[in-house]
Design a protein around this ligand. Structure first.
Ligand SMILES: [Zn+2]
Length: 288
C-alpha cells in the first residue's frame, strides 16, 4: 500500500495530538483493518525504521531540530503490535517541533513512557511529551470514526480483544483506548501473577487505592479465557472517601501470568449512560 501525505497541510492544524492524527486520516482513503503505520511514517519523511534488540528502551528517534528527516529505531524484542504503537508514538515527537529530545542521542522512550496518559498528573516536560505522543499514537492507530462498533452493546473485554485484532495493536493498548472512550465509568487494570502493575482509568472513574505490587483478588486464572462480570468489594480497589458505588470486575487471562481486568463503577441509582452519550464522547471536545 502506497501512502502519500501532504505534511504541510497536516502540520497546519497545530500541535494538538488528536487533531494531528485526524489530519492524517483526512488524507488517507478509508481503510479497513490495520492502519498502515510504516507507510505513513515513510510518507512523513521518516527515511528509515530499523529494528534491533534494545535494553530498557522501546523506541528511539533521531532527527534534526527542523524535523526535515528522521530515523526511528524499534525494539525487536517487543511484538509487532507493540512496535506499531512505538512507531506511531515516535511520529509525534517528529511532527511536534516543540518536543525536545532528552539526550544527545535523540528521543529515547521506555515502556513506562509508553504508558503515560493525559489522565496522569503530568508535572514535568518529559512526561507531558510522552503522554502527548501516546495520545497521538492511539488516535492514529484506532481512528474514532471506526470505533463505534466496539463501544456499542454490553461492556465486555471481548470487544477489547476484537479491537486489538482489527487494528493490529496490543490488547493493553486496546483496553486503554476502550476505557478512555467508553460511556461507562471503567478502568483497565494490568496485572502480572495477579499483582497490580498499573491501571488506566476513564475520566470519571473513582480514584484507585491499589498500588504497584499489591495482590489483587481476581478469581481463578484460566489462561485464554474471559471471566464473567462479578461484583467486587469497592474497599479492595478504591479510596474510601468517594461517593458510594457498586463495583464489578471482569478478567481476561493472558499468557505468562498476565491479565487485564476491566473494573466498572456504577452509582447505586445509575442505569448507565445511553448511546447518545457515547456519540457525544466520539465527537466531543475538539469538534465542537
Ligand atoms: Zn516518547
Amino acid at each position: 500500500m502506497r501512502v502519500t501525505l501532504d505534511r504541510m497541510a497536516i502540520e497546519d492544524v497545530g500541535l494538538n495530538p488528536q487533531r494531528l492524527a485526524e489530519a492524517i486520516h483526512d488524507q488517507l482513503a478509508k481503510i479497513d483493518g490495520a492502519v498502515p503505520i510504516y507507510e505513513i511514517a515513510a510518507a512523513l519523511d521518516i527515511d528509515e525504521v530499523r529494528e534491533q534488540p534494545l535494553c530498557n528502551l522501546e523506541a528511539a528517534l533521531v532527527t534534526t531540530p527542523e524535523r526535515d528527516r528522521g530515523s526511528i529505531l524499534l525494539n525487536s524484542r517487543s511484538n509487532r503490535q507493540r512496535r506499531r504503537f512505538s512507531l506511531s508514538h515516535e511520529l509525534l515527537h517528529f511532527l511536534n517541533p516543540t518536543h525536545e529530545q532528552i539526550s544527545i542521542d535523540g528521543f529515547r522512550c521506555t515502556r513506562q513512557d509508553m504508558r503515560l496518559s493525559s489522565g496522569d498528573r503530568i508535572a514535568d516536560r518529559h512526561r507531558r511529551q510522552e503522554s502527548e505522543a501516546n495520545s497521538f499514537a492511539i488516535e492514529l492507530l484506532t481512528p474514532r470514526y471506526r470505533l463505534k462498533p466496539f463501544l456499542r452493546g454490553a461492556t465486555d473485554l471481548a470487544h477489547v480483544v476484537a479491537m486489538a485484532k482489527e487494528f493490529d495493536i496490543s490488547r493493553e493498548a486496546a483496553a486503554r483506548r476502550f476505557v478512555e472512550l467508553h460511556p461507562e465509568d471503567l478502568a483497565a487494570v494490568f496485572c502480572k501473577d495477579s499483582r497490580f502493575v498499573y491501571a488506566a482509568c476513564g475520566r470519571d472513574f473513582p480514584r484507585l487505592s491499589i498500588t504497584a505490587g499489591e495482590q489483587c483478588d481476581l478469581g481463578q486464572a484460566v489462561q485464554g479465557t474471559i471471566s464473567s462480570f462479578d461484583e467486587v468489594a469497592p474497599d479492595d480497589w478504591l479510596h474510601a472517601a468517594q461517593p458510594a458505588c457498586e463495583l464489578s470486575a471482569q478478567t481476561l487471562w493472558q499468557a505468562n501470568g498476565r491479565s487485564i481486568t476491566l473494573l466498572r463503577a456504577r452509582q447505586s441509582d445509575d442505569d448507565g449512560p445511553g448511546f447518545d452519550d457515547t456519540f457525544e464522547r466520539f465527537t466531543g471536545g475538539l469538534s465542537r
